[in-house]
Structure formats: structure tokens, C-alpha cells
Design a protein around this ligand. Structure first.
Ligand SMILES: Nc1ncnc2c1ncn2[C@@H]1O[C@H](COP(=O)(O)OP(=O)(O)OP(=O)(O)O)[C@@H](O)[C@H]1O
Ligand SMILES: [Mg+2]
Length: 303
């Protein structure tokens, strides 16, 4: 009999072990931190109005880790920018702890794909920046900043400048800087997208460790199927044109997670489901072929 992992189509991503089902039951008993109600965004462009998102409705529970995935251009960044208050919806609303959330506020921390540290400030000064702007200061704030820097494993670098850090280290500082404002929810837009594969795996593991230790709810955008399944409690899959919810998948992979689970039947089944939603099989196989003229002699073919 072939190994279970080869029978992908037989695997059911909806099948949850009693432990996983219990984890989801407990998650849904927690209060809803973030509610999205009838959210819509239409941009004006030279070609006319572009509806980036339409009719989005979902809730995120306290301490949930939700990933958002979807094809390029389906509206992921638009969604997260509206959740962060950096963009206003055309219709609908975002509720934080049941109250309308309008404009940016420290309750919603944001980490972007691009490195956004202030280059003229040290690691510690970058981390202290938000609380200082909120009027805090003194030894207490310095101590608190050190705790966040310690939490992301960069104590030795508190006096370094961003140019002295690797990409992964910069993103760890960006996470510490966002957490220093003690947000209710951390919004992350492809934060590890620019990192090499190995650093990315390491950062995913760091992020899960941080998430376990503090009272934070995370909404994380990614293009990477493995990353979504490895990190998320639930994966919100968006469809494009206009961007709308295709499915919200409860990831049946037990926690705590480790990389070895990536070859487990539940992991593969979930990844397969997400892949089918994002890249639905085309009816016309010609659609997948590029029309490239032959530039090699007949008989000199490669597979
Ligand atoms: N400021 C803007 N003005 C006009 N159209 C915009 C604007 N911002 C985004 N759009 C359009 O909205 C749609 C969604 O864009 P968005 O950047 O949210 O996609 P995305 O899913 O984040 O893509 P990617 O995966 O490539 O980052 C696209 O069609 C884009 O062209
Ligand atoms: Mg984007």
C-alpha cells in the first residue's frame, strides 16, 4: 500500500483529531477581537473604478493566528491596510473589541514586507519610538524596550543600527517595535517575503514562540502555502476580481507545531486544499501553456 501522503485526494482537511477539535472549540469561546462587516473598497483609477474587495465578513478571536492567502492582486494588502486604519473602506466597517475602528491607533500594530526601521536610530531607539511618541519615557521604558528586544533574541544588538543587521534581524526588530506599543492585534503583510528560505523558517518558529508567550492576536498575509499551514489556526482564502472570501479553513495540524509536521497527512491535505482554491484546475490545458516559438532544432527536445 502506498504511504498516506501519496493519496492526497483521499485526505480530508476537514477531519480534526479530538485534540484539534477541542482547541478550536476553546478558541471560539474567546471574545472576538476583530470583526469585519460588509467590507468593500473601490479605488478610482484612470481606467475607472476598481473594486478591490467586496462583501467581506469575518471574525478573529482573541489570541487566534489567522493567515490570509490569495492570488496576487486579490486585495490582501488593501484588506490589511483597512484593518490598520491606513485606508478607509468604501462600504462596511471594522470593529475592534466591538467598537468601530477608524484611523490608525496603537491597538493595531503593523509589520510590512519592506524593512521599515528608522535607519538613524539604534535597535533600542527604534523599539522605544512608538511609546515615546505616546509620551512615555524614562528608565522604565528602556527596561521594557530591552524586554522586547530580548524576546526577539537580539539583546546583543540593542545599540546597533539597522545597516548592521541582517534582513531577518531587521524584521525581528520590526516585530519588537510593533509589540512595544502593546497592540491588541498584530497585522503582518508578508513580513518574511523578502527573506531567504532558511531564515524564513527560523522567523516562523520565532513568531510562533512569541505568539505563545504574549496576549496577541495575529493576522498574517502570505503567498506561501507552507507558511500559512504551518502558522495558522485558520486560513482565510481570498478570490480575486473583486476580492472576496472563498473559504475559511480550520487547520487540522496539532500544536505546538514543528517543521516535521510538514509531511503529515493533515498538513498535506490542508496545503492541497488551499492550492486547489488558489490555483483551480483549468478546463482547457492550453491555458497553462505559454505560446513560445520553437528556437531549438527538432529532435533536440528536453522534457
Ligand atoms: N491606491 C490604489 N489605487 C488604485 N487601485 C489600487 C490601489 N491599491 C490597490 N489597488 C488595486 O486593488 C487590487 C488589490 O491590490 P492589493 O495590493 O491589495 O493586492 P494584493 O493581494 O496585496 O497583491 P500582492 O499579492 O501582489 O501583494 C489590485 O487590482 C490593485 O491594482
Ligand atoms: Mg500585497
Amino acid at each position: 500500500m502506498p504511504p498516506a501522503a501519496l493519496q492526497i485526494n483521499d485526505l480530508d482537511y476537514r477531519k480534526q483529531s479530538p485534540e484539534v477539535a477541542d482547541r478550536f472549540r476553546r478558541m471560539k469561546e474567546r471574545p472576538v477581537v476583530l470583526s469585519v462587516r460588509g467590507l468593500e473598497k473601490t479605488f478610482d483609477s484612470h481606467e475607472g473604478p476598481v473594486t478591490a474587495l467586496k462583501g467581506l465578513d469575518f471574525d478573529v478571536y482573541r489570541r487566534e493566528f489567522m493567515c490570509v492567502i490569495g492570488q496576487s492582486g486579490c486585495g490582501k494588502s488593501t484588506l490589511i491596510r483597512m484593518l490598520a486604519g491606513l485606508e478607509y473602506p468604501t462600504e462596511g466597517e471594522v470593529l475592534l473589541d466591538g467598537n468601530p475602528a477608524k484611523g490608525p491607533c496603537p491597538d493595531r500594530g503593523m509589520v510590512f514586507q519592506a524593512y521599515t526601521l528608522f535607519p538613524w536610530l539604534t535597535v533600542k531607539q527604534n523599539v522605544m519610538f512608538g511609546p515615546k511618541m505616546a509620551g512615555r519615557g524614562g528608565v522604565e521604558l528602556e527596561q521594557e524596550a530591552r524586554q522586547w528586544i530580548d524576546m526577539v533574541g537580539l539583546s546583543k544588538f540593542e545599540n546597533s543600527y539597522p545597516y548592521q543587521l541582517s534582513g531577518g534581524m531587521k524584521q525581528r526588530v520590526a516585530i519588537a517595535r510593533a509589540l512595544a506599543n502593546q497592540p491588541r492585534i498584530l497585522l503582518m503583510d508578508e513580513p518574511f517575503g523578502a527573506l531567504d528560505a532558511q531564515t524564513r523558517c527560523q522567523m516562523q518558529s520565532y513568531l510562533l514562540q512569541i505568539w505563545q508567550k504574549i496576549d496577541i492576536t495575529i493576522l498574517f498575509i502570505t503567498h506561501d502555502l507552507d507558511e500559512a499551514v504551518y502558522l495558522a489556526d485558520r486560513i482565510l482564502v481570498l478570490k480575486a476580481n473583486p476580492g472576496r472570501i472563498d473559504e475559511i479553513i480550520e487547520v487540522p495540524v496539532p500544536r505546538p507545531r514543528d517543521m516535521d509536521q510538514m509531511i503529515s497527512p493533515e498538513f498535506i491535505a490542508t496545503k492541497h486544499r488551499v492550492n486547489t482554491l488558489i490555483h483551480p484546475p483549468t478546463e482547457d490545458p492550453k491555458e497553462e501553456k505559454l505560446s513560445i516559438p520553437r528556437l531549438t532544432p527538432v529532435g533536440d527536445d528536453v522534457d
